[in-house]
Design a protein around this ligand. Sequence first.
Ligand SMILES: [Zn+2]
Length: 292
Amino acid sequence: MTKRILAPSILVVAIVLSACQWSGGDGSEKKEETPSSEREATPEEKEQPKEESSEENDTNSNDSEEDSEKQGNDSIEQDDQSSMEDSAAQPSATNENGVLQEHKSVTAVINKQRQLPKDYVPSDLVVPDVPFYFEEFHPKKQMRKEAARHLETLFSDAEQAGIELVAASGYRSFDRQQTIYKGNVENMGEEEANQVSAQPGHSEHQSGLAMDVTNGEVSFQLIQEFGKTEAGMWLVNHAHEYGFIIRYPEGKESITGYSYEPWHLRFVGEELATEIHNSTSTLEEYFGIVPE
Ligand SMILES: [Zn+2]
């Protein structure tokens, strides 16, 4: 499938992907309305022009670091999987700086107020066996093992249902997020940067529990239009069956802190995902920690 996505598409994907890669980034409306070749450069595009020429897009600057981060991930799987079921309606605690104390929990709420430890790299990262828009290895193909296995089943069942899905971006290191965020601040100022990208430590992608997905209907971009596609609607109705939620739903921007991102899937386990789905809520609402 990726073979069919030739250079132009790859470029488009590479550009747009980075939006979410900042965590939740933006995927703002303006991106939907014009082809990437014509639209105004988005923050991420400005931030990493050199990287757009490559399928690797936004990660070149941190390749070596990320390569080292992922080493040994397949062989160490123990404690990261321990807290899969702890979805009693209490968010994991944070210290006075908002750093999560049970950051390995799959139900950890990571947002603008709550962050992962700087040095946290999940120890059980693997590459899910699903189609990506590019073929070669890249750290961002990774997810934590249990999330990856669930994603594989989700993709498989979607395919059975005639739904096309392509994975775009999963794990992202603290350092890479920091590089991207700094670039944004330099390009657009801190205030605007905070609206479109997460500060390092605050991106769900660092948890290894998030994956951005897209497909050919939206030219493999991460844009809000994806939510209106058959695949986007299928995810809304079925993602929870595989333990995933649409983390940044439409109409919940003031609660999640981010604009609508129909492409950003967050693994929280089937039980919690189902509760959130059935109540059309968010992680923040479920745990009663909606920002004021
Ligand atoms: Zn994302």
